[in-house]
Design a protein around this ligand. Structure first.
Ligand code: SF4
Length: 284
């Protein structure tokens, strides 16, 4: 309850993002966080609105730039748990450069992507997650591009927590987000979050028919990078659960001398007001 605010989400009835919002709120509570030590930073898109719907620090940033902002927040204040969030267009098209480098750095934050395989806010164009042949007003003859695999990319690029879920599996999704929040390093959680208004192919029923839970694959071991890649390829990426986790690799923060001391946000900069004003002017 403490992560709820009074803002009514401006999403279409039935949008998958409602469940993601609820799962984040529950996971944050389960992880023992309070609104004062959580920051939710989002990009642009329907799902980018989520930072306004959670009672925490929040910033609704610019398109594709949730990760640079989130990384800056975490570097400035280690005491905050930081969630970055947005849609597949935001993170895997315009923001993809940032996504790759945040994963490579293994910076300690949780990135939750609401993946509806279409651009919803701009009324239904093909996204990098749309399947080949997908017809929208931007690809009326069907997309001639291959879909992107964020999970395979994450496993090969250096993310140390790679997971996927489905928005209606609220219990599993909450547990995965909680595990991501507790992970020391970069967590990518891709959530299939259907757009009921514009995506008439990847519907709730479609996902129910096509998804396989990793928990149902006997002997699945998320510590094996090779096993993760093989499983993703065998199932055309349509799996849910923790796909890969490396608990040994130190996070970006753990490798920085002095980072574990006083957060920069609270540090005494030992600067008088005039010097501070001059410094600010140089950046304007
Ligand atoms: Fe959700 Fe699609 Fe509506 Fe956007 S357009 S709020 S993604 S259902």
């Amino acid at each position: 309850k403490e992560f709820r605010n009074n803002v009514k989400p401006n999403w279409c009835p039935g949008c998958g993002d409602f469940s993601v919002q609820a799962a984040i709120q529950r996971a944050a509570a389960n992880a023992g966080l309070t609104p004062e030590n959580l920051a939710v930073i989002s990009g642009i898109g329907c799902s980018g609105r989520i930072s306004g719907y959670i009672n925490s620090y929040g910033l609704h940033g610019i398109h594709g730039r949730s990760l640079p902002i989130a990384q800056g927040v975490k570097m400035a204040n280690k005491d905050l748990t930081v969630i970055a969030s947005g849609g597949d267009g935001d993170g895997f098209a315009i923001g993809m450069g940032h996504t790759i480098h945040a994963m490579r750095r293994n910076i300690d934050l949780t990135y939750i992507v609401m993946d509806n395989q279409i651009y919803g806010l701009t009324k239904g164009q093909t996204s990098p997650r749309s399947a080949a042949g997908f017809k929208t007003k931007s690809t009326p003859q069907g997309s001639i591009e291959q879909t992107l695999s964020p999970m395979q990319l994450a496993v090969t690029t250096g993310a140390t927590f790679v997971a996927q879920s489905f928005s209606t599996d609220l219990k599993d999704l909450t547990a995965i987000i909680e595990a991501g929040l507790n992970h020391k390093g970069f967590s990518l959680i891709n959530v299939f979050s259907p757009c009921v208004t514009y995506n008439k192919v990847n519907t709730y029923d479609w996902f129910k028919e096509n998804l396989t839970k990793l928990a149902d694959i006997e002997g699945y071991d998320p510590s094996s990078r090779e096993g993760a890649m093989n499983t993703l390829m065998q199932h055309n990426d349509l799996v849910t659960g923790i796909i890969y986790q490396d608990k040994e690799r130190p996070s970006y923060q753990q490798l920085i001398d002095g980072y574990s001391e006083e957060p920069l946000a609270h540090a005494d900069l030992k600067m008088d007001e005039a010097t501070f004003d001059q410094l600010v002017k140089e950046f304007i």
